[in-house]
Design a protein around this ligand. Structure first.
Ligand code: IVH
Length: 666
């Protein structure tokens, strides 16, 4: 590769890594395994090492991924929250020890710990009282999720400690049995299941409703104590101190003298880890003596006094018999591998995910191949590659289907997207999927319309689209199997009640591609009623908080379709809520006609989310970027520099939180 190509490769890797950081930390929906991610990062690191001119401060090799999200106050970490350097080989543990010995002035000891696969948390105790609980965020700033943390029973809100200020760090975990139950429940309610317990734990921490958090049975394991006033000389003694204060410190942490002790610990846990009630993804090895830790110091991203040995996800090889296709409610086609049954991590696997056509092509997967499958804590295992040495002769190159397997409509592929779509509105799995989504708990919350009933109603041609639900009669329901008088009455009652569901949820229920719960809320708050939204231009849409090109296009496309227009007309006639005002969300008209930009973070009681709500409640319009037509800007701490600059350029008033609150009071 010449320099230009290497430069391009580095840019590509940076973008890929940023994308996967976002999927992992923000969306809680990782799409590649840790190993695949670590390989991308290692490649970028090696390029940057060889060509320092390609290194930049904002490269993902120099910073940790960010989980910062809206709705929480962002606060600065008193001690940066770094990540750990990773390895998959014992040789590198040996190099870690050798490197360590070269730097420190006497022989260190080590502590080996489990590497908990959850969401990290930093607990701040002032005079013994838990005052803040920050997520890792971008390592420098984290989101304060204290209210959620206070619902976790094994985190003490008060401790008997003489220090002014201490920081206790650990991992928020969801045990596997709880995770399984939660997912079963979600599937029953037609909600998307979490991919693994880690995603479930970090998704739960970011919920804005503490009651739901409390029901999720999270656990916390603590492994790190920091504070200016703490003079305990070793990490191990600090763990003991944490135990005395009543923290849940894992009992498995072990002092080790040398590589052989460390190797034994690794071996033991690689075999035994499945017996734990939660997931671990490796072992952490830490230098025990605090003064030696200080001598070793830190790189931009991680301490030099610790390293993580990561377990490889368990893999198995088996024959790919055929590929089938699932059609989702928005028409997305997902290829699924049908496999010769094989044992993997204690379960028999017959099916595995193939993601999309690009992935199949990239990995050159062919029917008849021996494929390598992997289970990385996810529910459905995935095909990660082909064992080419075992490829039988004459296997044909795989071709993705061109027509929908359910209704034979030609498939389309949008530019820049990996997925294939079926565009037939009346394709049966889409009809069913749309209705399942529509009635789900977070949407219209219609109880008594489970998957089987929907299947029956659709196959008996009693319903085609969600509006038909409102035309169902008791007589029709009684013709269904297993539907007695009481069940029919209950269902009709639940259908009637759903007419009171507020507009944001109705909008979410429509199932517009990329319009999840939060986006539906933003759109509803911004446009106030469905007619405004239907008539919104592309420019107006992308002015809305969190709405970008992809969502704006999707919304416009949705309302352009005749079938959707008919659906909305019918739903309106049925009496559903299609505007905000009817729900008394608007408390005053003080900000009517004003376009307002909120930027930066804000102190309680009105955090960023509250501030945004205030704009909506007073009938203002929340916009995300500054233009000539912006009425004013409310700036908090760390406001967006671009926004401030534009405001000055256009002479738009910038006010602080208090000035804004004063307007609302007068
Ligand atoms: S110590 C300065 N110990 O792994 C590093 N981290 O990949 C302090 N983790 O962000 C972290 N188990 O969330 C430490 N026994 C353990 C851990 C652990 C899990 C997580 C932690 C950290 C991430 C780094």
């Amino acid at each position: 590769m010449n320099f230009d190509e290497i430069k391009k490769r580095a840019e590509f890797l940076r973008k890929e890594i940023e994308k996967h950081n976002y999927l992992y930390y923000v969306e809680n929906n990782p799409q590649i395994s840790d190993l695949e991610y670590d390989l991308l990062l290692a490649e970028l690191e090696s390029i940057e090492k060889q060509y320092p001119e390609l290194k930049s401060k904002d490269s993902p090799t120099q910073k940790v991924g960010s989980d910062l999200s809206k709705g929480f106050q962002t606060k600065k970490h008193p001690y940066a929250m770094l990540s750990l350097s990773n390895t998959y080989s014992i040789e590198e543990i040996q190099s870690f020890i050798t490197r360590t010995l070269k730097i420190v002035d006497r022989k260190p000891t080590f502590v080996c710990e489990l590497k908990f696969d959850g969401a990290s948390i930093s607990l701040h105790y002032r005079n013994g009282e838990l005052v803040e609980a920050l997520t890792r965020g971008d390592g420098e700033f984290g989101d304060d999720v204290l209210q959620n943390i206070l619902t976790i029973p094994n985190i003490p809100p008060k401790i008997n400690c003489e220090y002014d200020f201490i920081v206790v760090r650990g991992e928020i975990m969801m045990h596997r049995d709880i995770f399984q139950k939660l997912n079963e429940e979600r599937i029953k309610q037609n909600e998307a299941p979490f991919a693994n317990p880690r995603n479930a734990a970090s998704g739960t921490l970011k919920l804005l409703d503490t009651q739901t958090v409390a029901q999720r049975n999270l656990q916390c394991y603590l492994y790190y104590l920091l504070g200016e006033q703490i003079h305990l000389a070793t990490h191990f003694e600090r763990l003991e101190q944490l135990k005395k204060w009543g923290f849940n410190v894992p009992q498995w942490s072990t002092r080790c003298e040398n590589l052989s002790d460390i190797e034994n610990f690794i071996q033991y846990w690689d075999n035994e880890r499945h017996k734990l009630p939660f997931d671990i993804d490796g072992i952490v090895i830490k230098v025990n003596e605090i003064d030696l830790q200080e001598q070793l110091g830190y790189t931009a991203k991680s301490p030099r006094w610790a390293i993580a040995f990561k377990f490889k996800a368990e893999q198995a090889t088996t024959k790919l018999i055929s590929i089938s296709y699932q059609v989702g409610r928005t028409g997305i086609i997902t290829p699924v591998a049908n496999l010769e049954p094989v044992q993997l991590s204690g379960t028999t696997v017959k099916r595995a995910s193939l993601h999309n056509a690009d992935q199949i092509m990239l990995k050159d997967i062919r029917i008849g191949d021996y494929v390598i499958i992997e289970k990385g804590g996810e529910i459905i295992p995935k095909v990660v590659g082909v064992d080419f040495a075992r490829r039988p002769e004459g296997l044909e190159k795989f071709n993705f289907i061109t027509h929908c397997p359910e209704c034979n409509t030609p498939l389309i592929r949008n530019e820049g997207e990996a997925a294939h779509y079926c565009t037939n509105y009346y394709c049966p799995p889409q009809i069913k999927g749309r209705i399942e989504h529509f009635v789900s708990r977070k949407a219209m919350d219609i109880e008594g319309l489970g998957t089987e009933t929907i299947d029956e109603l659709v196959s008996k041609k009693l319903i085609y689209n969600p509006a038909d639900i409102y035309k169902l009669t008791k007589f029709q329901l009684l013709t269904l199997e297993h539907f007695a008088d009481k069940a029919a009455d209950n269902l009709l009652k639940s259908i009637e009640q759903s007419k009171q569901v507020p507009f944001p949820r109705v909008l979410f229920a429509l199932g517009i591609r990329y319009v999840g719960e939060t986006i539906a809320q933003k759109l509803a708050y911004s446009f106030k009623n469905i007619d405004n939204l239907i008539n919104a231009t592309y420019e107006e849409l992308i002015q809305t908080e969190e709405i970008g090109d992809k969502i704006a296009q999707s919304v416009i496309q949705y309302f352009q379709e005749q079938d959707n227009q008919t659906l909305i007309k019918e739903l309106k006639e049925a009496g559903l809520q299609f505007s905000l005002k009817e729900n008394n969300l608007i408390v005053s008209e003080k900000l009517k006609g004003m376009s307002i930009v909120i930027t930066g973070t804000f102190p309680p009681p009105y955090n960023r989310k509250k501030m945004e709500e205030l704009v909506i409640q007073h009938n203002g319009k929340l916009v995300k970027s500054v233009s000539k037509s912006t009425s004013f800007i409310v700036a908090g701490e760390k406001p967006g520099p671009d926004k401030m600059e534009l405001a000055q350029k256009y002479g738009i008033r910038i006010m602080n939180q208090q000035e804004f609150l004063n307007i609302l009071e007068n």
